[in-house]
Ligand binder design. Structure first.
Ligand SMILES: C[S@@+](CC[C@H](N)C(=O)[O-])C[C@H]1O[C@@H](n2cnc3c(N)ncnc32)[C@H](O)[C@@H]1O
Length: 247
């Protein structure tokens, strides 16, 4: 359940600790670097949630993101009652928004959803944390895959290009829901400079990596950005940051 590289001895020790937690607390959720004891995790048992989540999951890592997806669905359901369209920066294979769209039955909504990504990985000029981008280079071009994944929705638009340049002529004037997940402080702030003023009061921005130690540069930059605008971001135990825009 933990990212990172650990020895077999450490993994065995950890696994025994988890067994001890279950023995002591009976109810445990241990996924995605989060150990929660004696929580209801009601989303796991919600048939509508599972009908959207399960068919979109392709491996254990995606399955581990269930609580983060629950957060996104909560935010998206709220935002269909707020004026504006839906935006995601960025998309990769479209995992998160495919579940949100299936859950909301997005095709029946009078809303548009815009899915921004290069679909070939982080542009080197936006690699503000000097990460090893080899994984993204290996991933090839995902644009056709994502077009196919969303092709049954006439109101969902994958947009290929570098954020924020790709916003030109496509970014909606009013946004109710935004998911920001670019793993790059420079990309995320560049996106926010265009997005924030377009978010309708009552609208929500979810930051995927906000509370993760490895992405602290994003938190620092986003906290400063929001402080200048009189807003604060809630740090969730999932590592996500949640912002509700006020007037
Ligand atoms: C963690 S992945 C997104 C995962 C996705 N939200 C999901 O739910 O599976 C990060 C993505 O950000 C994209 N990215 C980073 N900086 C970008 C930029 N400035 N413009 C466009 N895409 C960018 C990368 O191509 C990569 O696909």
């Amino acid at each position: 359940m933990f990212y990172g590289s650990f020895s077999k001895e450490q993994r065995d020790k950890f696994s025994r600790s988890l067994d001890l937690f279950v023995e002591m607390f009976d109810v445990m959720h241990a996924y995605d670097n989060l150990i929660a004891l004696r929580r209801t995790t009601g989303f796991k048992y919600d048939a509508t949630f599972r009908a959207a989540f399960d068919p979109n999951v392709s491996d254990k890592q995606e399955k581990s993101l269930m609580w983060r997806i629950h957060t996104l669905i909560w935010a998206a359901e709220h935002c269909i009652n707020v004026e504006g369209d839906f935006v995601e920066c960025s998309v990769l294979r479209g995992f998160s928004m495919a579940i949100v769209a299936d859950f909301l039955r997005f095709e029946r909504l009078d809303r548009q959803m815009y899915l921004y990504d290069t679909y070939t990985g982080t542009p080197p000029e936006y690699n503000s944390e000097n990460r090893n981008l080899a994984a993204y280079v290996k991933m090839g071009d995902l644009y056709d895959y994502v077009l196919e994944r969303f092709n049954r929705y006439s109101n969902i638009h994958p947009i290929k290009g570098t954020v924020p340049d790709s916003f030109t002529g496509t970014l909606p004037d009013k946004i109710s829901f935004c998911h920001i997940d670019m793993n790059s402080a420079k990309s995320e702030i560049a996106a926010l400079e265009h997005i924030f003023d377009r978010v309708t009061p009552g609208g929500i921005i979810v930051f995927d990596d906000y509370g993760w130690v490895d992405y602290k540069a994003q938190k620092d930059a986003e906290d400063a950005f929001m402080a200048e605008r009189g807003h604060t971001i809630l740090e969730s135990p999932t590592g996500q940051g949640i912002l509700i825009k006020h007037a």
